[in-house]
Design a protein around this ligand. Sequence first.
Ligand SMILES: *Cc1c(COP(=O)(O)O)cnc(C)c1O
Length: 397
Amino acid sequence: MTDDNSGNHEYGPNTKLTHGGYRPRDYHGFVNPPVVHASTVLFPDAKTMDQRAQKYTYGTRGTPTTDALCEAIDALEGSAGTILVPSGLAAVTVPFLAFVSSGDHILVVDSVYYPTRNFCDTMLKRLGVETEYYDPAIGSGISALMRPNTMLVHTEAPGSNTFEMQDIRAIADAAHAGGAIVTMDNTWATPLFFKPLDFGVDVSIHAATKYPSGHSDILMGTVSANAKHWPKLHEAQITLGTCGAPDDAYQILRGLRTMGIRLEHHQKSTFEIARWLESRHDVARVLHPGLESFPGHDIWKRDFKGASGIFSFVLSESDPAKYKARAFAFLDALRLFGLGYSWGGYESLAVMCSLADRKVAKAPSGGPVIRLQIGLEDVPDLIRDLEAGFRAASEAA
Ligand SMILES: *Cc1c(COP(=O)(O)O)cnc(C)c1O
């Protein structure tokens, strides 16, 4: 980002989104960086090649396009360095592989994104790493779970599907006191609404597939580390060869420019719909940390600057044997909400959550859990669509 010469002033988030990784003078004045497709990079002579004495040496080690995106992300995260990986899931697995070794114990929040759990329970287990799942509400109590070989504590707030909040500062302090590295999957909030490194997290993980992409057409992950942990993270990226592709990096950088205004819109519409759902008799609970009724609301209010567009609600049904029929009737009546995974795009989505993997943070009772991603459509249209869902669900009883 162009330097601000006025002193210590830090630019606001939308200015960072607009000017991060922005160097038109490097490209003849063209506003956006070129998409550099590269494996081979030529050297001017044998000595330069022998010493690798130039900025770019090979496609896997970065190009002007990937650097522009990494620079923009570093400005948002306040990180020393960022790597780009081919998916949000790889943004979890690559840092785990970077920092843990056979014989280590790691602590992972129980409301974690399911594929993270799957990675821990299969591949990390095979590699001799023991994973223990902890209660998202544990706070500083996590110190009781720390062992001499606890190498990493993984956080995710709010949790996937059920949106439990975590006291990140308290967990990070306890983890550091026990000598562990703290990672956080911050995909829900984005660095606009929560900056993990400011709360003691060492490595911030983001599925750029979601809000940075914004259009449901790119898969990419970013991992950003503080100065202490950047060398090891960078080394792991070089060792594994999990580099991000240039066309995808370009599209994510393009998405970042409008992410601030998109998030404002997602936030506003989502609050309106969440409050409307809260007022309905056929909704048992609304799981959104920005609502006063939500158990982790005070942590959200204290630590977060906003809420994004994904949350869940419990569709009232007292008989667990009827959960599926009720939920399917609701989902099948929706016309604007698509039935699909992922989120962060411009369009609304709905899915019934499976929470069978939970060990501590169990599924709420009272009915099936339905997750909504609120897109950029007009709220009255979305509400009409949801009303049709509720009508169909009540007829299915
Ligand atoms: C979607 C998601 C991911 C993974 O992103 P992909 O690009 O789909 O692999 C990781 N963490 C969280 C919290 C997510 O919601």
